[in-house]
Write a protein of this length. Structure first.
Length: 408
């Protein structure tokens, strides 16, 4: 459904450094087709839980590298209908998948970014061919070779309700949170992670196949060690930079955090040269072969954890109250956004899903004021638009209901 829009929708957004000016969804989640024209720094989406507010934020998140804010499989994003006479079985409307496109503003330039899904044939194991879905990306109607190029046109930072429990959840969730931060500052980080994962899968496949080729395994282990050390070094460097930024720019509302890494490689890099740690990791992989062959559990020592400390109280984030954890998360994200703006000269767009939860009126007002200072566009969701009534003059309000989006 097209929303009513001012044809000159650059007027208000001319005051911000980054913005989505037009967003189009095709067969994305609960939207067969949706187009939004935007003209304000704040975009507020309100509606009942389950109405599709987060789906719009997820669509925008696919304008960056990776699998979006839900880490979803590409096939799970396609639109489907539920039919009672089929016992609520999903029926896909378009087998060709989904698409998201946007006109994006960065400083004084604008770009058209589009992403969609295509089905290709891929050799998955020796002579076994399988059809797989992959995401393709176009910028100004030109297909790009790597999603990492998106970082040159658009930076995105998001907070979802699931992240409220970030400090209590698994180390994997904290690693993903950290790696998203590193992506924004180091575009090669995503490539390193993907390359390591591909090598690791090959290594496991060779070991479990029974067709052991020692030279091949040694080659894979050498490459894995190189990427593992590069990944760990990038994480360490970003944590150090973010800590330094927070130390130099303390927040007057949200608690300052101290970040640290807890991982074998990172700890060794504090004391040993990289070449020594690389040799150690390669030898560790060699020693893990026996565990894999015997189907025993094995630890992948690239799996570090991100520790967060409430500096003023000297208390680990996991032991803080729910409100303090939310405030710590917001403090980290604000520091990340400010640091990124200082480095890139254009700010990240913020996707804030139910961000007002667990915030009192004073902190909600302070958050909106600090976001406004970033001079960027921010997308906010809530069950009621009144949560953001203090930004009426700077916001565009939409009601999300019955698979449609209507502007107030």
């Amino acid at each position: 459904m097209d929303t009513a829009a001012n044809s000159d929708y650059n007027v208000e957004c001319s005051e911000v450094g980054s913005a989505v000016l037009r967003l189009t969804l095709v067969n994305f989640r609960n939207y067969r087709y949706l187009r939004l024209n935007l003209d304000k720094p704040f975009i507020v989406l309100s509606g009942e839980n389950g109405s599709g507010k987060t789906n719009i934020l997820e669509a925008i998140s696919f304008l960056s590298q990776g699998r979006g804010l839900r880490q979803a499989k590409l096939s799970d994003v396609k639109t489907f209908d539920f039919f009672a006479n089929q016992q609520n079985a999903p029926t896909f409307i378009n087998n060709n998948g989904w698409a998201v496109s946007a006109q994006v503003k960065r400083l004084d330039e604008s770009f058209n970014i589009g992403t969609a899904v295509e089905t290709v044939s891929k050799e998955v194991c020796y002579n076994e061919i399988k059809e797989v879905e992959r995401r393709i990306v176009h910028i100004n109607n030109q297909k790009i070779s790597s999603q990492n190029e998106l970082n040159n046109y658009l930076s995105l930072i998001w907070i979802t309700p699931q992240m409220d429990r970030l400090f209590l959840s698994s180390p994997q969730n904290r690693r993903q949170f950290l790696d998203r931060i590193v992506y924004l500052f180091d575009t090669d980080h995503a490539r390193r992670l993907s390359s390591f994962d591909n090598l690791y899968r090959q290594w496991l496949q060779v070991l479990k196949s029974g067709n052991i080729n020692n030279n091949w395994l040694l080659s894979l282990e050498r490459q894995m060690a190189e990427f593992a050390i590069s990944i760990a070094a990038a994480r360490r460097e970003q944590v150090e930079k973010l800590n330094a930024f927070i130390e130099k720019n303390p927040d007057d509302t949200f608690p300052d955090a101290a970040l640290s890494l807890d991982g074998t490689i990172e700890n060794m890099l504090d004391e040993k040269p990289a070449i020594f740690v690389e040799d150690y990791y390669r030898e560790s992989l060699f020693n893990l072969r026996r565990n894999i062959l015997n189907s025993e559990s094995s630890s992948n020592i690239i799996k570090t954890d991100l520790n967060v400390l409430y500096k003023k109280k000297n208390v680990p984030a996991a032991l803080c109250s729910t409100g303090e954890q939310k405030s710590l998360l917001l403090g980290i994200v604000l520091a990340e956004a400010k640091s990124l703006l200082a480095m890139k000269s254009f700010p990240p767009i913020l996707l804030l899903d139910e961000v007002a939860a667990h915030l009192d009126d004073n902190r909600r007002h302070a958050l909106l004021s600090k976001i406004k200072e970033l001079k960027t566009q921010s997308w906010l969701t809530a069950t009621s638009p009144f949560d953001f009534s203090d930004i009426n003059d700077d916001a565009q309000f939409f009601e999300v209901k019955n698979n449609t989006v209507c502007e107030y």
